[in-house]
Design a protein around this ligand. Structure first.
Ligand code: NAG
Ligand code: NAG
Ligand code: NAG
Ligand code: NAG
Length: 399
């Protein structure tokens, strides 16, 4: 009773109500007194990039773009269930997501019409490029899935990236002991967050964070949609995520996507990538039109737009000079920070990003900034995402 009275007290005095949220305790193994080191990986040479095309291509390359390892469907020699093979050999050009996992011995990806896990064991050709888990996306639930993220206990969270109230996160068992199954059972179905484009496991807080919109991003709901970050605490005893409204953080204003796509375009600005800042309890988040920083401890968005670049991404450079258009009020707007479909910060201060071309869905290179100096790599490829291929310090993937 008292608790709820105090809850309301905070609601009255703080419109964001974030002070009412209980502080998140770091997991035992990450508490400073337990002296468990978080690996300082490095030297941050390896980058994983998805190249759109038929077939799509995944590459691991260095900072000069020199390819060390690649995956395309013709590399798959193993026997696959027919449905999985059909989804691998679909006409989809998607190389939408690609992530380091299992200490670098595997890649989680959205590739062609599949969400999958591929072995990355270049020193062992016997196991390299084996598909150890896959799910077909050629259905009304997963066709637009844009991202996935490993959870503890061989679980995998997949964002459905849809506009309906029942869109959200689906959790699957990716244990290598299970046979490949094109439609595996769902361990958990967490509904409510639309248009999910980013998922990040938070080992210190023991929660999954997701970036999407609170309502339909395509404008099909009567109310406007706002960019929204949602955290789902993970219960180690039950292995389930909790959908708790206390951990919902919305951007203040809904914004139409009219500057880029023209007046009358129904879509609302939504979130693209959710990026942990190495060794800090902070996220940067990109959206169609700009960038924001979010502080986990206070539950607040702390910097916006150019202030994010000044503080966290010095040396950022807009990739083409045509990123402007007229908004609904007829005012010319520049959007140099918009459309970072992916970006990724290394602990040494280097960062990479992929900014889609203006009025396009993908970029045509990866941008790399080292010591404040910009250069383009992977030029001429059609790219949605590039990420550091490593365990980001302070943000270890689950073991
Ligand atoms: C992770 O991989 C690195 C090198 O790639 C290796 O040195 C380390 O022992 C591995 N850690 C575990 C827990 O397997
Ligand atoms: C998830 O749950 C919602 C709400 O119960 C339901 O409408 C939807 O069909 C479920 N999704 C799947 C893939 O089972
Ligand atoms: C996943 O499958 C493995 C192999 O059958 C099993 O041991 C494990 O308990 C399953 N995990 C969950 C969360 O169901
Ligand atoms: C990438 O796109 C920009 C803008 O359309 C264009 O000027 C540039 O030539 C393209 N670069 C390559 C390598 O295709």
């Amino acid at each position: 009773m008292l608790g709820s009275v105090f809850g309301w007290f905070f609601y009255l005095f703080d419109p964001l109500a974030n002070l009412a949220i209980p502080p998140i305790q770091p997991q035992a193994r990450l508490r400073p007194e337990n002296n468990v080191p978080v690996a300082a990986e490095g030297p941050w040479e390896d980058i994983i990039t998805g190249h759109y095309g038929v077939p799509p291509l995944i590459r691991i390359h260095d900072r000069d773009g020199i390819v060390k390892w690649k995956f395309e469907r013709d590399d798959v020699q193993q026997d696959l269930p027919k449905e999985i093979r059909n989804c691998l050999y679909s006409s989809a050009n998607d190389a939408t997501e690609l992530k380091w996992m299992r200490n670098g011995t595997a890649v989680a990806a959205i590739y062609s019409s599949l969400a999958l896990i591929i072995n990355h064991t270049p020193d062992n050709p016997e196991t390299d490029k084996l598909i150890t888990w896959a799910i077909c996306r050629d259905n009304e639930v997963l066709w637009n899935a844009h991202t996935l993220e490993p959870l503890p206990g061989d679980r995998m969270a997949v964002g459905t990236t849809g506009q309906r109230p029942w869109d959200g996160v689906l959790v699957y068992n990716t244990s290598e002991a299970l046979p490949l199954d094109p439609s595996p059972p769902i361990l958990q179905n967490v509904t409510g967050l639309r248009a999910i484009h980013g998922l990040i496991w938070d080992e210190a807080g023991s929660m999954l964070w997701a970036a999407g919109t609170d309502l339909a991003a395509d404008g099909s709901d009567p109310e406007p949609a706002r960019g929204t970050i949602h955290a789902y605490p993970f219960d180690e005893a039950t292995g389930l995520l909790h959908a708790d409204d206390a951990y919902v953080y919305r951007l203040d204003e809904p914004v139409r996507q009219d500057v880029e796509w023209g007046v009358g375009f129904t879509w609302w600005v939504g979130l693209h990538d959710l990026v942990p800042v190495p060794n800090q309890r902070k996220f940067l988040v990109s959206e169609d039109s700009s960038l924001h920083a979010f502080d986990i401890t206070t539950g607040r968005f702390t910097e916006h737009h150019g202030a994010v670049v000044d503080k966290y991404m010095p040396g950022f450079r807009v990739t083409t000079n045509d990123r402007h258009g007229v908004d609904g009020d007829g005012v010319l707007q520049e959007q140099p920070l918009g459309d970072l479909k992916s970006f990724s910060l290394a602990p040494d201060g280097s960062f990479i990003y992929v900014q889609s071309l203006w009025q396009k869905y993908r970029g045509n290179h990866t941008s790399l900034v080292e010591n404040g100096v910009y250069r383009a790599i992977n030029e001429g490829l059609e790219i949605y995402r590039s990420r550091w291929f490593g365990d980001i310090d302070g943000w270890p993937k689950p073991r």
